[in-house]
Design a protein around this ligand. Structure first.
Ligand code: ASP
Length: 339
């Protein structure tokens, strides 16, 4: 059987950074040279792989919709030529990019695995080597048909992942969905959690730079300060509420703002500040009012996936009503709808 072919898309991030006088920075030539010194990457059990570099290489804090479109174009342009894709990316916004790609790559059936590292490959002690090798092996398998994030021994659904630790080597979690595979002595897949193959033709949805905001509720929040931004400037808002979707009850300024924003076509999604668990609008009096005012439940979606989903739905040119309906549906396994 011929070896699988994988395209590696190098976007930047710690994995390929080297020491400079101004601290770690991505350096293309140095990274390519380091990769050539790892014989395991070219072993017969490995897939054949080729690498394209994004220009410029970025610290992922600088990623925008433009780069998401550029990554999507690389995948779309080479989709028939490769069996899978590995995206080397900084950890800071990897969960956002994974979420965005999960929506943008419509009818995707190929493994698209994002990975990176907390310590660059240039250091003697690093997590880059294993993350890259295992991501390549996963991308060359036959089981994954979705956008995933591989890091620190765990394969996670991309739009369920969050960056959980700024310094641990196991930096990502998937608090509301099972791990898709664990890489121990063997790579053990949890088949029931994996996305099945989908039917239809692959296509890429480019994203538009829609004005989207995230508001985190805190004790004493003065919502009136957000009035004009919520009702006039933003098209989509993710509100991170307490617990199961609660806001301070004394805040009577919020509901008229939400009502006005919804009437103006702004889509407001309620998420929880708790990484684990789900929003349940109406479970408490304090959350029921949100629903009555026109906000939509994000259930157990991550803020990262909610932001990406808003970009995606607005970019598809749907009506407000259609966007609202799809926000409450799971499109790519990004949320669990309670029965
Ligand atoms: N600032 C880096 C980035 O996200 C951090 C990392 O890659 O771990 O690009």
């Amino acid at each position: 059987m011929s070896r699988k072919r994988i395209l590696v898309i190098y976007t930047g991030g710690t994995i390929g950074m080297t020491r400079t006088d101004h601290g770690y920075a991505p350096q293309k030539e140095a990274f390519h040279a380091l990769l050539q010194q790892i014989p395991e990457l070219y072993a017969p059990v490995m897939p054949e792989w080729e690498m394209v570099d994004m220009d410029p290489l970025l610290d992922s804090s600088n990623i925008t919709v433009l780069e998401w479109n550029a990554i999507g174009e690389q995948i779309a342009c080479h989709y028939p030529d490769y069996d899978g894709f590995v995206i080397l990316h900084g950890t800071d916004t990897m969960a956002y990019t994974a979420s965005a790609l999960s929506f943008m790559l419509r009818k995707n059936n190929k493994p698209v695995i994002l990975t990176g590292s907390q310590i660059p490959l240039c250091e003697v002690r690093n997590d880059a080597r294993d993350n890259l090798i295992t991501a390549l092996l996963i991308a060359s398998g036959n089981l994954v048909h979705e956008v995933c994030l591989y890091f620190g021994g765990k394969l996670l659904r991309g739009n369920r992942a969050i960056k959980y630790s700024a310094d641990d080597l196991i930096a990502f979690e998937s608090p509301n969905y099972p791990v898709l595979a664990e890489a121990g002595i063997e790579i053990r897949y949890h088949q029931a959690a994996l996305m099945p193959r989908c039917r239809g033709d692959f296509s890429l949805q480019h994203l538009m730079n829609t004005p989207i905001g995230v508001i985190k509720v805190f004790p004493g929040i003065q919502f009136e300060l957000f009035d004009s931004i919520m009702t006039e400037k933003l098209k989509g808002i993710v509100i991170e509420t307490f617990g199961a979707g609660n806001i301070p009850r004394h805040v009577d300024s919020l509901l008229p703002i939400i009502r006005k924003a919804s009437d103006n076509g702004t889509i407001i999604i309620v998420c929880s500040q708790c990484p684990h668990g789900t929003v349940s609008l109406g479970a408490y009096e304090t959350s029921n009012t949100l629903k009555e005012a026109g906000a939509i439940s994000g259930y157990d979606i991550t803020t990262e996936a909610a932001v990406a989903k808003l970009y995606y739905l607005f970019s598809r040119g749907l009506s407000d009503r259609e966007i609202r309906i799809r926000m409450e549906r799971s499109l790519r396994g990004e949320m669990t709808i309670p029965r």
